[in-house]
Ligand binder design. Structure first.
Ligand code: FAD
Length: 557
C-alpha cells in the first residue's frame, strides 16, 4: 500500500485528536505533528483551575506527551516547531525550529491545520505593562502563577466577563485575592440573555466580586509602587496588582491566509462539512475554522473544545477514506457549561438575543419562550436546589431552538439532554415524552426536562397563554398577583391586585371580563393554575412566564 504522509499543524485539541484518529485508521501512514509551543495535547480548559490550585500538579494537565504519541501511536511530535508557510503547489510546508533556529521543509500528501485562536490583546495605552496577562497555554499559566507567588497580589482586575474571565475570577478569589470584573456589555456572560445573566451577577456579588458593567477599559497606568491603574471609559480607575485580559479570542488564520486558502466573512478558515478547506489536500479544524450553526445553517465561529475534537476526528475519517456512514460535521450548537463559585451555567442553541439579531438581518425565526424554576431533584430529598431555565422554541411546531439554565445542582445534565434533542431536530413534545432516569436523589418523576416540555407543549397546543415582563410597559392588562398576601407584601409589581390562588375561584366576581388579565406568582406555577381557572371561567387571561423572580431579573441590572 502507498505510504501517505499526513502533517498536522497544531498539537492540542483538534490537531492531536486528528492525528491519533488517523493512526487508528492507517497503520501505514507517516504522521507528524508540528507544535509551536513546548507542550502538546494539554488541557487548556483546566488552566484556570491550576492557577487556583484546584488542580495541584501541572503534569495532570498534560493529557499526552510526545513520548506517548511516539510509543502508542507511532506519531512523530515536533514541539517548538513553528509552521511558517504552506507551499500548496509543491505540497510542502516550511517549518522553523524554534530551538536550533533555521527552517526546513516537509512534504505532505494531506495537511491538517489546527492552529486554534489566540487571546485578543487590544492596542491600549500601557497594555504591555508587567502584571497584565492573557491565558491560553501552559507558559501563560506559569507566568500568572509566578506573579501570584512572587508579588502576592491582593487586588485583581479581570477584563471580560465571559467563560474564561469568570473562571479566573473564581480561581483568583480562591487564592484570597480581591477580584473585580470589568465588562463592556451591560451584563455578565454575554453569551446568555441578559435576564438569565442576572442570576450570575447576583451570585458574583454574593461572592464579593466587584462587577463593573457597561464600561470598557481605555488603558493601563503602571504606578511607582508596581500596581496598575485600570482606566475605564466612564472615567473611573481601578487599582490592581494583577490584571487578566479575557475579552475573547481571534482565530489564528495567518498561515491559511498566506497560503491563499479561503477565509470566511467571520474571519475563520472556510471548510466544508468534511472539514476540507478550499484546497482539497488541506483540512482545517478547531477554533480557527468557520462552521455552520446547526439550527440556522448560517456560518458561525464557536471556540470550544468539543467541536475541535470532533472535527479533528472527522477530518481523519475523510482523509483515510474510512467513513462508510459518511459522518460529516453536523454544525455547532454552542453547547457550553461554566462553573462560577458553585453555580453552574449552561446553554445550548440560540438565545433570544441571537434570534433578535437574525430578525434584524432579515432572517426572522418565529419563537416563543418560557421560564421555569424546578428543583434539581425531588424536593423531599435533601439537597434539592432550584434550576432557573429559559427554553426557546417555535410556537408553530414546538421545535426546540435554544436553552439556558443556571443553578447549583444538576444543571448540565438537563442541558445535555436538550442538546441531543436539538441535534435530532426535536420538539417540546419530545421533551415532554423524554423517559429519563429517576430516583429522588437524582431527579423527579416529572424531570425538569419533562416539565419544560409540558409547559411549552401547553403553549403550542393552545392550552396556556403566556406573556412576558418586557411587554408590561405597553399593556393595559390587569395584573393579578396570585401569591399569598405575605409574599405580596414583600414586593410586588406596581398596581397589581392580590388574590391568592386558593381564593381565586370564590373571588372571580372581583375581576373584569372586558379586560385582559395577566397573572403572576413567584415562579410561574401558580399563575399557570390561575390562568387555567380564569380561562375556563370565560376570562381573557395569560400567565406571566417565570413569575416575580423573572420580574426582578429583567428589571434589576
Ligand atoms: P488549540 O487548542 O489552541 O491548539 C492550537 C495549537 O496550535 C496551539 O498550541 C498553537 O501553539 C499551535 N499552533 C498555532 N499555529 C501554529 C503554527 N503555525 N505552527 C505550529 N503550531 C501552531 N472549551 C470548552 O469547550 N470548555 C472549556 O471549559 C474551555 N475552557 C477553556 C479555558 C481556557 C483558559 C482556554 C484558553 C480555552 C478554553 N476552552 C474551553 C476552549 C478550548 O480550549 C478550545 O476551543 C480548543 O482548545 C481549540 O482547539 P484547537 O485545536 O482548535 O486549538
Amino acid at each position: 500500500m502507498d505510504k501517505k504522509r499526513l502533517l498536522v499543524v497544531g498539537g492540542v485539541a483538534g490537531g492531536a485528536s486528528c492525528a491519533a484518529r488517523a493512526r487508528r485508521l492507517s497503520e501505514n501512514a507517516e504522521i507528524i505533528i508540528f507544535e509551536r509551543g513546548n507542550f502538546v495535547s494539554f488541557a487548556n480548559c483546566g488552566l484556570p483551575y491550576h492557577i487556583g490550585n484546584v488542580i495541584k500538579n501541572e503534569d495532570d494537565l498534560l493529557v499526552a506527551s510526545p513520548d506517548l504519541f511516539k510509543n502508542w501511536f507511532n506519531i512523530d511530535v515536533r514541539i517548538n516547531s513553528n509552521v511558517k508557510a504552506i507551499d500548496r503547489q509543491n505540497k510542502e510546508i516550511e517549518v522553523e525550529d524554534l530551538i536550533k533556529g533555521g527552517t526546513y521543509k516537509e512534504k505532505y500528501d494531506y495537511l491538517v491545520i489546527a492552529p486554534g485562536s489566540s487571546p485578543i490583546r487590544p492596542k491600549l495605552d500601557g497594555i504591555d505593562s508587567e502584571g497584565i496577562f492573557t491565558l491560553r497555554n501552559i507558559p501563560d499559566t506559569r507566568k500568572i502563577i509566578s506573579w501570584v507567588n512572587e508579588k502576592k497580589p491582593s487586588r485583581a482586575v479581570i477584563i471580560g466577563a465571559g467563560f474564561i474571565g469568570l473562571e479566573m475570577a473564581e480561581n483568583l478569589a480562591k487564592l484570597g485575592i480581591s477580584v473585580s470584573i470589568v465588562e463592556m456589555q451591560d451584563q455578565v456572560m454575554p453569551l446568555l440573555d441578559k435576564e438569565m445573566a442576572w442570576f450570575i451577577y447576583e451570585h458574583l456579588i454574593k461572592n464579593k466580586i466587584g462587577v463593573y458593567l457597561g464600561d470598557s477599559v481605555s488603558g493601563f497606568k503602571k504606578k511607582s509602587d508596581g500596581s496598575i491603574d485600570v482606566l475605564v471609559q466612564s472615567g473611573q480607575s481601578l487599582s490592581a496588582d494583577i490584571v487578566i485580559l479575557a475579552i475573547g479570542v481571534r482565530q489564528e488564520i495567518e498561515l491559511a491566509k498566506n497560503a491563499g486558502l479561503e477565509i470566511g466573512h467571520l474571519g475563520g478558515i472556510k471548510v466544508n462539512e468534511k472539514m476540507q478547506t478550499s484546497d482539497k489536500n488541506i483540512w482545517a479544524v478547531g477554533d480557527a475554522v468557520e462552521v455552520k450553526d446547526f439550527i440556522t445553517e448560517i456560518q458561525t465561529v464557536v471556540p470550544l473544545a468539543g467541536p475541535a475534537n470532533r472535527q479533528g476526528r472527522i477530518a481523519a475519517d475523510f482523509i483515510f477514506g474510512k467513513n462508510p456512514m459518511g459522518a460529516a460535521f453536523r454544525g455547532v450548537q454552542g453547547t457550553a457549561v461554566c462553573g462560577i463559585f458553585g453555580l453552574t451555567v449552561a446553554s445550548c442553541g440560540l438565545t433570544e438575543k441571537s434570534l433578535q439579531k437574525l430578525a434584524k438581518n432579515g432572517k426572522e425565526i418565529p419563537y416563543e419562550k418560557i421560564y421555569l424554576h424546578p428543583n434539581s431533584h425531588a424536593s423531599y430529598y435533601p439537597g434539592a436546589k432550584t434550576i432557573s431555565i429559559k427554553l426557546i422554541f417555535s410556537p408553530d411546531d414546538g421545535k426546540i431552538l435554544g436553552i439556558q439554565a443556571i443553578g447549583l445542582n444538576a444543571v448540565e445534565k438537563r442541558i445535555d439532554v436538550v442538546s441531543m434533542a436539538i441535534q435530532k431536530q426535536g420538539t417540546v413534545f419530545d421533551l415532554e415524552e423524554a423517559e429519563l432516569c429517576y430516583a429522588p436523589q437524582y431527579g423527579s418523576a416529572k424531570d425538569p426536562v419533562n416539565m419544560m416540555g409540558m409547559i411549552a407543549s401547553n403553549i403550542v397546543q393552545g392550552y396556556t397563554k403566556v406573556t412576558h415582563w418586557e411587554k408590561l410597559s405597553t399593556s393595559d392588562a390587569l395584573i393579578l398577583d396570585v401569591r399569598e398576601p405575605f409574599e405580596y407584601k414583600r414586593g410586588h409589581v406596581d398596581n397589581a391586585i392580590n388574590i391568592p390562588l386558593g381564593q381565586l375561584r370564590t373571588r372571580l366576581n372581583e375581576l373584569p371580563k372586558y379586560r385582559e388579565i395577566w397573572a403572576y406568582c413567584f415562579v410561574g406555577q401558580r399563575s399557570y393554575y390561575a390562568q387555567r381557572i380564569l380561562t375556563q371561567a370565560g376570562f381573557n387571561s395569560k400567565s406571566i412566564s417565570g413569575g416575580y423572580i423573572m420580574y426582578l431579573a429583567s428589571d434589576s441590572i
